[in-house]
Design a protein around this ligand. Structure first.
Ligand code: PHE
Length: 343
């Protein structure tokens, strides 16, 4: 009986030591110490032994039971420790590092392309003696229309679909409102530009937005003519595009200029061959302009007998679209970081 017990112990210790998981150890424990286990079976058969033997074998088997239990516990601990060490080695992270860098959402900000080109234009014009003016985005009817020679009920108001406020004011439809405020303050001769955001009540598509940006320009002096206008516009385009750009002037109707023009540039996307951006014409309408109408000068408190001037309204969105080959104006307002981070 004693030998049998010692044999069970030896076998048990060996299998415990070579066990590879807690599940395996549990199976071993049940197989030896469980209700139907080997050792339990032996203890049950003690009944047939003499009292002396009972005491001796009883003691031995209890000792063996304790030894096996202890061996199992030790092995469980060893396996747990090995697992933890393994995970520490495999899965360690440096908590002092920055979070995962996601280029879509992180990174430093940058200046919006509209602002970039606005600053460039401001530099070009200030270098030619122009002053920069600002004006409100919510305007009165007077500054947006009336003082620009567009009286109430004039059909020209329909050219600019307008967001009206309930109290009869509006979101300015063009930066021309800035010229009026400028004329009221400045003494001629003067040269000003007025960059800003403008709004049109319009359905959006690839070339129309309800919100876009313009730079208004105005020069008032003695004997200003169309050739002064063309000169400044050519300088502007050459500086912006870093090369000579072919232009053409077409008559254009704006009540605040006379004569009025649409200045087109040769399409820089297709080189004038015709594409979707220039609507297959090879030309892109970029710069409405003209000589300031005498009525507008009068509204601005300037004597049209003494002074004359030119004005233009440059669309910034379209200008950038030309420069970079952007084919959908809606990108500018989309807030899409994939678009913005290219500039
Ligand atoms: N304000 C006009 C527009 O937005 C553009 C323009 C400005 C035309 C100045 C002529 C002179 O449509």
């Amino acid at each position: 009986m004693k030998e049998k017990l010692l044999a069970i112990k030896e076998k048990a210790i060996n299998t415990i030591n070579s066990a590879a998981s807690n599940e395996e150890l549990e199976e071993i424990r049940v197989g030896i110490l469980g209700r139907k286990g080997e050792l339990t079976g032996i203890l049950r058969s003690l009944a047939t032994l003499s009292a002396e033997e009972k005491t001796e074998i009883g003691k031995l088997s209890n000792a063996i039971k304790d030894e096996i239990s202890a061996a199992i516990e030790q092995k469980v601990n060893a396996l747990d420790e090995a697992e933890i060490n393994g995970r520490l080695a495999d899965e360690w992270i440096d908590v002092t590092l920055d979070g995962t860098f996601n280029d879509e959402t992180a990174g430093s900000g940058r200046i919006h392309p509209i602002s970039q080109i606005q600053y460039e234009i401001e530099d070009i014009f200030t270098s030619m003696g122009f002053e920069i003016l600002d004006g409100p985005e919510a305007e009165t009817e007077y500054y947006n229309f009336e003082a620009l020679n567009i009286p109430k009920h004039h059909p020209a108001r329909d050219m600019q679909d307008t967001f009206w406020t309930e109290d009869g004011n509006l979101l300015r439809t063009h930066t021309s409102a800035i010229q009026v405020r400028g004329m009221e303050k400045a003494e001629p001769p003067f040269r000003v530009i007025g960059p800003g955001r403008v709004f049109r009540y319009e359905a959006t598509d690839a070339s129309h937005e309800n919100t876009f940006y313009q730079v208004e320009g105005m020069m008032i002096d003695k004997d200003i003519s169309v050739s002064n206008l063309i000169y400044f516009m050519k300088v502007l385009l050459r500086e912006i595009f870093k090369r000579e750009v072919k232009i053409r002037l077409r008559p254009g109707y704006f009540p605040f200029v006379e004569p009025g023009f649409e200045l087109d540039i040769n399409c820089l996307i297709c080189g004038g061959k015709g594409c979707s951006v220039c609507k297959q014409t090879g030309w892109v309408e970029l710069l409405p302009c003209g000589l300031v109408h005498p009525n507008v000068l009068k509204y601005g408190g300037i004597d049209p007998e003494k002074w004359s001037g030119f004005a233009f309204g440059l669309g910034l969105n379209r200008l950038i679209m030309m420069r970079y080959g952007i084919t959908d104006i809606r990108h500018f307002q989309s807030g899409d970081i994939r678009f913005l981070k290219q500039f």
